[in-house]
Structures are given as structure tokens and as C-alpha cells.
Design a protein around this ligand. Structure first.
Ligand code: NAD
Length: 341
């Protein structure tokens, strides 16, 4: 079996490349190396003999000339909601046109698609309305406030969110019209080694790195207290899931799943700070910026019921393991990573 992973030098893509390669699956990557850190991950791929096509995903002419793959795993995106507000063209070209280009290629080749979508396709307003006061938020989270596949998807969702949602719609249309078999995983926050965290994307990795290097950090939004909560999925748990999906693809396809850390793995920024202080032995004076971005949400907690049932899968690695593994990777590569972080 041959698999193409788009965004294969990014955080999710590179982890999938290395994981599937270990499982003796032939993988290639497609990545234009635009993300800071993608060149670091490329070196790891090269060491294992994994080829990367340095192609922009918005260039169909080049994509159409690639060899045939049995499955394409689409992990290529500009994955930041804040960037999506400032640079709509880049987000639409990479996230939406990119996915459509992959669909055209898959249609011609009669291949299958696994699409890494996002929890950001859900309505920001509706999530905000569920929990208004986020002090002591954990005690307010119930079965009703967990988010599953049927959750409200009305606007606003962010430009990033709508680019992923529109991609999902095109996938369904291509499947209906041309018989393409697909799986969509709508992921919440994912974290772990090979992630180059930024303020608005990859916060766990960013938090650990800033603590390690005694750099500045701010709690942004919701009064600046760090009470926002997210569930976090260890990248290895996602790799395990995607591997099961590949193995069962002939029997289970054309499904959409929400996938996340869920009940066992959720944390507020404030709690993350405490864990970072413990693991790095450094304490930062974290600034408060009370103003909330129009794209921020107070919490996200995934309902994994459907994906768990379909694959007998659930996250095995808890928050401490996520922090330990990310810290371990950052520490072991500290010198080289300074160039990218
Ligand atoms: N990381 C998360 O927490 C998270 C959560 C939910 C969904 N996702 C989704 O998972 C996927 C991967 O996210 P990630 O965290 O690995 O992001 P990432 O930024 O680390 O990786 C994306 C990769 O795509 C490449 N890329 C960007 N624009 C390109 C273009 N025009 N042509 C070719 N390559 C291009 C970048 O160089 C980068 O290596 C995305 O689709 C994202 O929407 C990620």
C-alpha cells in the first residue's frame, strides 16, 4: 500500500509519516515547507528514506503529475484561526483549493481520502452560549456541554473553520458524484513531539518551550486569568486511530468523527502553567490581556462516543504524558529548535 501525506513535514503529517513508515507502509509527503519547523521535520523524514514533494498544494498542475497513491491523508493547512482573519487568500488557497485539488487527483486515481478536519467547524456563538462564566469551568462541564458530530455548525466559525467545513462539503459532494471513499476526523487540540507551537496554534508546546527558556507569555482573553479549557489529544493516539482507520477502510468509510482528548485530557491554561513550572523548574510572570478575540472560545471538550464505538479506540495517553513527551522532545533538541521557535 502507498500513502501520500499532504502537509507531511508539519506536526501531524510528519508524525503520521514516521509512524506509518514504521508499520512498513510506503509513505511519501507533499509539503511546501512554509511552516517554521517543517525543515526540521523534513530531516527526520529523509533519515527514514521518506520522500517529500516540495509542491504548493494550490498548484493542481503539479499535483496531477504525482504518481498514484492508494490513500491520501490530507494534513495540509494553514491551521491558525488568527492567521485566517488576516490572510484569507492564503487560507482559502491552502485549505480549500488544496483539498479540492487533492479530490480531483483522487478522483482520477480512484484512491481513498482521510481528511484531518477541525473542531473549529462548530459555531463559535453556540459554544460561547453553553458556558458563559468560565471561572471554575471544569465543574460546569457535563455530558450536555461535550461536543459531538451533530453540534451546531452555523456561523460564525472563523475563516479557518469555514475553510475546513467547506472542504468537508466538497469531500461529500465528490464522494456522492464520483464514488470516492473518505473518512473525516474533526480534531480538537492535538499535541506532542514535532510541534512548533505558536501563540494561536499549538499552545501546549509553546507553553512548555517558553517556560524552558524563561521567555514572555500572556494569558489572552476572558479577563486574562488563564481559565480557558481545552481537551488535548496526544499525537500518538491520533496515529493509532488513523492506522486502525486505514486497516478497516474497506469496511468502514464515508464517516465523520469528532476526535479529541475528551474527559481524561482537558486542562486550563492556568493548570498548564503549574505543570510547566513543575517540569521545567522555572516560574514566569505571565501577563494578563483581558480582551477576548472574536474567534476565541471558552472551552472545547470532545464527545468521542462515535469514534470510540467504530474503532474500539480511546485516548490512551493522559495530559501528563502529553506534557512529558513534548518536554522531552523540546529538551533533547533544544539547540537546533532555537532556530525555529
Ligand atoms: N495541530 C492541531 O492541534 C490541529 C487540530 C485540529 C486540526 N488540525 C488539522 O491537522 C492538520 C495538520 O495540522 P498541523 O498542526 O500539523 O499543522 P502544521 O502547520 O504543523 O502543518 C501543516 C503543514 O502544511 C504545510 N503547508 C502549508 N501550506 C502549504 C501549501 N500551500 N502547500 C503545501 N504545503 C503547505 C506546512 O509547511 C506544514 O508543514 C491541518 O489540516 C489542521 O487543520 C490540527
Amino acid at each position: 500500500m502507498k500513502i501520500l501525506i499532504t502537509g507531511g513535514c508539519g506536526f501531524v503529517g510528519a508524525n503520521l509519516c514516521l509512524f506509518l513508515n514504521k508499520k512498513k507502509i510506503k509513505v511519501n509527503s507533499l509539503d511546501n515547507l512554509s511552516r517554521k519547523g517543517s525543515k526540521f521535520n523534513l530531516k527526520l523524514l529523509k533519515k527514514e528514506g521518506i520522500k517529500n514533494y516540495k509542491i504548493d498544494i494550490s498548484n493542481y498542475k503539479k499535483i496531477s503529475k504525482l504518481p498514484r497513491y492508494d490513500i491520501v491523508i490530507d494534513c495540509c493547512a494553514e491551521a491558525s484561526v488568527e492567521v485566517s482573519r488576516k490572510d484569507v487568500d492564503r487560507v482559502v488557497n491552502t485549505n480549500l483549493i488544496g483539498t479540492i485539488n487533492i479530490l480531483k487527483k483522487i478522483k482520477n486515481d480512484k484512491s481513498k481520502l482521510i481528511f484531518i478536519s477541525s473542531s473549529r467547524i462548530y459555531s463559535i456563538k453556540k459554544i460561547n452560549s453553553l458556558i458563559k462564566n468560565i471561572n471554575n469551568i471544569k465543574s460546569k462541564i457535563t455530558v450536555k456541554t461535550k461536543i459531538n458530530e451533530n453540534f451546531d455548525k452555523s456561523a460564525p466559525r472563523s475563516v479557518y473553520g469555514v475553510s475546513k467545513y467547506a472542504s468537508e462539503m466538497f469531500i461529500e459532494e465528490f464522494s456522492y458524484a464520483f464514488g470516492i471513499k473518505y473518512l473525516i476526523n474533526r480534531c480538537g487540540v492535538i499535541s506532542g513531539p514535532l510541534q512548533f507551537g505558536r501563540q494561536d496554534q499549538g499552545f501546549v508546546s509553546l507553553w512548555i518551550w517558553k517556560h524552558m527558556n524563561k521567555k514572555k507569555l500572556s494569558y489572552i482573553g476572558y479577563g486574562g486569568n488563564g481559565y480557558q479549557v481545552r481537551d488535548v489529544l496526544h499525537i500518538s493516539d491520533l496515529c493509532d486511530l488513523v492506522y486502525m482507520q486505514i486497516k478497516k477502510f474497506n469496511r468502514k468509510f464515508n464517516n465523520i468523527f469528532t476526535v479529541g482528548g475528551s474527559n481524561t485530557n482537558f486542562i486550563s491554561l492556568k493548570e498548564l502553567t503549574q505543570k510547566c513550572e513543575k517540569i521545567t523548574n522555572n516560574k514566569l510572570a505571565i501577563k494578563k490581556q483581558s480582551k477576548t478575540s472574536i474567534y476565541d472560545i471558552p472551552y472545547f471538550l470532545t464527545d468521542n462516543t462515535n469514534v470510540s464505538k467504530a474503532y474500539k479506540w480511546k485516548p490512551k495517553r493522559n495530559m501528563d504524558k502529553i506534557i512529558f513527551d513534548t518536554h522531552d522532545w523540546l529538551l533533547k533538541n533544544k539547540k537546533q529548535l532555537k532556530k525555529y521557535l
